[in-house]
Design a protein around this ligand. Structure first.
Ligand code: FAD
Ligand code: FES
Length: 279
């Protein structure tokens, strides 16, 4: 693999915010359009480096529909300086965008199989493009299961879309919360409980898992326990990033660079690293 950077790879392109939608108390979705040129092609699972001028640059997965490149969509949780600054932006403001970078959810390799999507918290955002892609070609899969866990009912991301998907007769959507509040009458407990219930053909299942690292560990364990092969389980990893293009080493994870070899990894390829904390 060549380490030479294509020209202008580090120069962000200017995008303008079309709309900001508040999803949860700490989470919002930004829809953007390029200042020049049309559209932004990407694959489900890829991310961009988003630059808030004068504040900093952060990696954020794309949460829109790969079939609609006219809008660039990201869903972001405010945790620190850059993401908080993004949350205070308004329609018309400019954001610098580098990308798309990284590997994609292997949606096509799941053709003919049951597809199990396991998401925790804001981890549903990087999976939403894969869900759009799978539902647009629903006939290519066996069962499609979406298993989602949030902290409380108030923390359920994309609630309306989850309800819409659940309203279809060809998708199984199960939602659970760690802690029930208000009038919640649904599942209570961790998302791994939903995996343990099964409902998919373990010999012919591909799984996509995204969420906090702890949730992914237990979800992978539960999938393996149900008999899903490690080479059919895919996870999306987060690490600190600076360049996003395999140059700075900030995102190194064992022999892998998360920005370039990931963020989506086949679990079989990283199984020895995955249980090691702080690597
Ligand atoms: C490939 C990739 C894709 C990502 N996709 C998304 C996405 O779709 N949506 C999204 O909201 N975030 C996503 N992230 C995480 C996002 O990049 C970080 O939350 C962001 O860099 C934090 O920057 P900051 O300047 O706002 O906070 P900082 O000032 O860097 O951090 C502030 C505090 O938040 C903590 N923190 C930093 N990152 C995280 C994190 N990931 N989770 C919890 N606490 C954190 C820090 O330890 C620190 O205490 C992704 C990360 C990667 C590597
Ligand atoms: S972020 Fe620089 S090498 Fe991955």
């Amino acid at each position: 693999m060549s380490l030479a950077l294509p020209p202008n790879q580090m120069i962000p392109k200017l995008f303008r915010i079309d709309k900001i939608k508040r999803e949860l108390s700490d989470t919002f979705t930004i829809e953007m359009r390029p200042e020049a040129g049309a559209g932004f092609a990407f694959q489900a699972g890829q991310f961009n480096m988003l630059y808030v001028f004068g504040v900093g640059e952060v990696p954020i997965s794309i949460s829109g529909d790969p079939a609609d490149p006219s809008l660039l969509i990201h869903t972001i949780r405010s945790v620190g300086s850059v993401t908080q600054a993004m949350g205070e932006m308004q329609a018309g403001d400019a954001i610098g965008v580098r990308g798309p970078y990284g590997s994609a959810w292997p949606v096509e390799s799941a053709y003919g199989e049951d597809l199990v999507i396991v998401a925790g918290g804001v981890g549903l955002a990087p999976l939403r493009p894969a869900i759009y892609q799978a539902l647009a070609q629903r006939e290519k899969f066996g069962k499609v299961l979406i298993l989602y866990g949030a902290r409380t009912p108030e923390d359920i991301l994309f609630k309306k879309e989850l309800e819409k998907w659940r309203g279809r007769f060809d998708v199984d959507v199960h939602v659970t919360v760690d802690r029930a509040t208000g009038h919640w009458g649904g599942n209570v407990g961790v998302v791994t409980n939903l995996v343990a219930k099964g409902g998919f053909d373990r010999r012919h299942t591909t799984a996509f898992v995204c969420g906090p690292e702890m949730m992914m560990r237990y979800s992978v364990q539960a999938l393996e326990k149900r008999g899903v092969a490690p080479n059919k389980i895919n996870i999306s990893m987060e690490r600190n990033m600076k360049c996003g293009v395999r140059q700075c080493g900030h995102c190194q994870w064992g022999p892998h660079f998360v920005c370039n070899d990931g963020p989506v990894f086949r679990y079989a390829d990283v199984a020895s690293l995955f249980p090691v904390w702080e690597l």
